[in-house]
Design a protein around this ligand. Structure first.
Ligand code: FAD
Ligand code: DLZ
Ligand code: SF4
Length: 509
């Protein structure tokens, strides 16, 4: 008899370990444990989603004939970690072998490799996670010998490998990337679709109560919890996105609007990351909608690029560079995260809206994460470790393998430009162009150095000025330095003075 451990982000019926285990003879273990629920202060909605989806998945396995031993969360339990549970289970059933699929996070995979194998005294077989399109070794091979990695070239490889949007070896429509058509602001039209409301069953209700009771000090609220916790609900979310959002996904991909949670974004990342949906399933559905003539090419290309491009690319980088990747701090940042990242209390209208979305829904769309809360942390020089911890805690889709490269690499440029050739630093002007946040904000986006000037404006130039050494020679940034030099000396001095003042009073903005 073998024990098969399935983790909370491995809720997929075709999982590699399930393909080698035998439902007649082997037993599956799943466990809600203290260590996993608290290694960061996960948003309450993330814990609720993972626990409820795990319980539904256990039922799904039982219905397909598996014997599942499920350890529901118990704060009094002597088993604090997955290792504790597995050790007890293997002993109790006299298991000959532990069978697993590779973990998403280095933290746990490392513990399995270094401690579990030794301590369990039975063979531990770990299978590669082939729900990803590119294996970690394939990525390492692709990266080998390249001086600089670029997502765009990796993405083309993935297009060729999968055949998505390919026509006789050439990209559909003649271009690989239609991003230039995807930069519109959303001005109230077309109308936004309303995402489906999911009915809650007994399992959901029990879990929601449990999370409220056991994790009261975790971030966020359960009040607006509307994540699907079953495969059927995740499929419904996918169907809704394809039918009502995908056609406009590309055009408004970079837009933001006050009080609007997701615009035309898919809200699918939590399902993809916990295994209720797979990357190929989602891309197949998107490509089919294009082939049926229901969505334009710029939309479907933009969407598929996020999944087979960015998602696979950041995972590849994570596994290539962990564990030292997590410690990088190329810009030498030293500041602590301001308190509004935790309580949302700020007069900056854009930041306040992104925080509200985050705390209410355990969600913010990409541009909110990258160009508002992320951009602000970059401009103000927050310690990478602190901002990474924040992003890992606050989103329902947050797992180290995807959060870390996005935050540390894409947002904070803390890896020295490994993930992107130039930092995504921007002044308030970008936020103004892509959203309606600045209308009605207490700060003025039009000025830089007045007492009510938009903080992003002076902080942007302060960032440019203080990192001259790192960026002046970057060909993609030379124009910015020329603009800075063209400012009058007085203007430059007042701008930097205003930024210094803001940095000294960072918690009060
Ligand atoms: P959509 O905009 O509808 O995109 C479709 C899918 O593409 C997403 O569901 C996601 O699976 C994938 N995707 C899009 N962009 C990225 C990206 N940059 N990296 C990886 N996958 C991507 N995504 C996570 O899944 N987990 C995280 O912890 C996470 N942390 C982030 C932290 C920061 C600072 C930033 C800037 C981005 C982060 N992202 C993360 C990427 C991205 O913001 C989310 O995947 C996206 O907002 C999820 O919402 P959605 O499903 O509506 O996405
Ligand atoms: C995110 C999460 C949470 C909150 N709780 C559990 C849990 O109790 N049991 C479990 O097996 N998995 C959980 N997960 C997902 C794990 O953290 C995830 O599997 C690891 O980080 C490896 O990627
Ligand atoms: Fe944000 Fe500045 Fe616009 Fe206010 S003025 S919403 S702080 S960008």
């Amino acid at each position: 008899m073998q024990t098969g451990l399935i983790l909370g982000d491995q809720l997929t019926l075709t999982l590699a370990s399930l393909r080698v285990l035998n439902p007649q003879t082997d037993r599956i273990v799943m466990a809600e444990v203290y260590d996993e629920a608290t290694y960061t202060k996960h948003h309450k909605q993330k814990i609720a989603l993972v626990f409820s989806a795990m319980r539904h998945f256990a039922d799904e396995l039982r219905e397909s004939g598996w014997k599942v031993d499920y350890y529901a969360y118990d704060s009094e339990s002597e088993y604090r970690s997955l290792f504790d549970v597995v050790q007890a289970h293997c002993k109790q059933h006299g298991s000959e072998r532990l069978v697993l699929t590779q973990c998403g996070e280095y933290r746990l995979q490392n513990a399995m490799d270094k401690q579990w194998r030794k301590a369990l005294e039975i063979p531990v077989d770990i299978y590669g996670d082939d729900r990803f399109i590119c294996s970690t070794s394939e990525f390492a091979e692709w990266a080998d010998g390249r001086k600089q990695l670029r997502m765009e070239y990796f993405y083309r490889e993935m297009r060729r490998k999968t055949g998505y949007l390919m026509n006789d070896g050439e990209p559909q429509g003649g271009e690989w990337n239609y991003d230039s058509e995807n930069r519109n602001r959303w001005k109230g039209e077309p109308p936004l679709p309303t995402p489906p409301q999911f009915n809650r069953d007994d399992i959901d209700n029990e879990v929601l109560e449990l999370v409220e009771r056991e994790f009261p000090d975790h971030i966020g609220t359960l009040e607006h919890f509307n994540w699907g916790s079953t495969r059927a609900q995740a499929n419904a979310a996918l169907g809704f996105f394809i039918q009502y959002c995908l056609a406009d996904f590309g055009t408004y991909q970079d837009a933001m609007a006050r009080g609007e949670k997701s615009l035309f974004h898919s809200l699918l990342s939590p399902y993809l990351n916990c295994g209720l949906l797979t990357a190929t399933q989602v891309c197949d559905a998107a490509e089919k909608a294009y082939k049926d003539g229901r969505v334009p090419l710029n939309a479907v290309e933009g969407f598929i690029r996020q999944i087979i491009g960015w998602r696979e690319y950041v995972r590849g980088i994570y596994w290539l560079h962990m564990p030292h990747y997590a410690k990088e701090n190329f810009l030498g940042n030293t500041r602590s995260l301001p308190s509004y990242y935790w309580d949302g209390k700020t007069r900056m209208a854009c930041m306040a809206d992104c925080f509200k979305n985050t705390f209410d829904h355990a969600y913010a769309h990409h541009i909110q994460r990258l160009m508002v809360t992320g951009n602000f942390a970059l401009l103000t020089g927050i310690k990478p470790e602190e901002i990474c911890d924040w992003y890992l805690a606050v989103y329902a889709d947050a797992y180290d393998w995807v959060e870390l490269p996005n935050t540390l690499g894409m947002v904070m440029h803390a890896d020295g430009g490994y993930l992107g050739s130039k930092p995504y630093a921007a002044s308030g002007n970008y936020i103004h162009k892509m959203s309606d946040y600045c209308t009605g904000c207490e700060y003025s986006v039009k000025t830089r150095s007045d007492h009510d000037s938009c903080p992003f404006n002076s902080l942007y130039w302060h960032f440019i000025d203080r990192h001259r050494e790192q960026f002046q020679k970057n060909p993609r940034m030379s124009m910015i330095y020329r603009s800075f030099e063209r400012m009058s000396e007085e203007n430059r001095a007042l701008t930097l003075e205003r930024a210094e003042h803001l940095l000294e009073h960072l918690d009060d903005l």
